[in-house]
Design a protein around this ligand. Structure first.
Ligand code: SAM
Length: 220
């Protein structure tokens, strides 16, 4: 029997993040969350922002735990979590990218990703866990699923010009790399270059508690 997964950091950062999402997702409708993790953020954010459809996704192993959080919350705006490993996006672009038109992959229709695509995307604490090829694939895949006016918010620690913004982030990066040499805190400018390549313009960089940031982009 699976225990409901629990992340203490989610409990600490969810309300500061919610303040940012409330502002930037006020006029959004469909959010794709990449790397939903436990599902705690999704349950909290979807309850607080009932005007959004909050679509969770993660690698297959995490989907049962996410489903437990969503089932417990019983919200009307959280469809079933989708399997998404950014190295293998399951949806391909339609005839008019980058407008967010989607077609199901041959033989494997997924009607929860409809022709509208997503007008928002959110991801927390993922880019420093993924290897750099996966960070690149994260943005390449978003190109096809984001609508022409989409907003993207990425939460986590970032460096500037190769420099750590705090000693705690330096220690965290060493800890990450000891676990997985491919992982590590990303440079905000390097991530921004990937975003620009898919038509996203950075509109904000919000300092968050514990030396984290919310980077915010708009496609328009
Ligand atoms: C540190 S956890 C963060 C989870 C959650 N967003 C949070 O803030 O608590 C990193 C997440 O990234 C996901 N992840 C790592 N590599 C991934 C990939 N290639 N594609 C999609 N998700 C990935 C993991 O499965 C995990 O859920």
């Amino acid at each position: 029997v699976l225990d409901k997964p629990f992340s203490p950091s989610c409990e600490r950062n969810r309300d500061p993040i919610l303040d940012v999402l409330r502002e930037h997702f006020a006029d959004r409708r469909r959010v794709l969350e990449i790397g939903s993790g436990t599902g705690q953020h999704a349950a909290h954010f979807a309850a607080a922002m009932p005007w959004l459809t909050w679509q969770c996704s993660d690698v297959a192993d995490n989907l049962p735990g996410i489903q437990m959080w969503l089932d417990e919350a019983g919200l009307p705006n959280t469809p079933m979590p989708l399997e998404l490993d950014v190295m293998r996006w399951p949806w391909r672009a339609g005839p008019h990218p980058p407008c967010g038109h989607l077609l199901p992959p041959a033989g494997d229709g997924n009607d929860s990703v409809d022709a509208q695509g997503f007008d928002a995307a959110f991801s927390a604490n993922t880019l420093h866990i993924m290897g750099w090829p996966a960070v690149e694939a994260f943005f390449r895949g978003l190109d096809s699923v984001l609508a022409a006016d989409a907003t993207l918010i990425v939460y986590g620690p970032f460096n500037d010009d190769g420099r750590y913004t705090s000693d705690s982030n330096r220690d965290f990066d060493a800890w990450l790399k000891a676990r997985d040499p491919q992982s590590g805190i990303r440079d905000a400018a390097a991530v921004d270059a990937l975003a620009r390549a898919i038509g996203l313009r950075r509109i904000d960089d919000v300092a968050m508690p514990a030396n984290n940031r919310c980077l915010i982009w708009q496609r328009r």
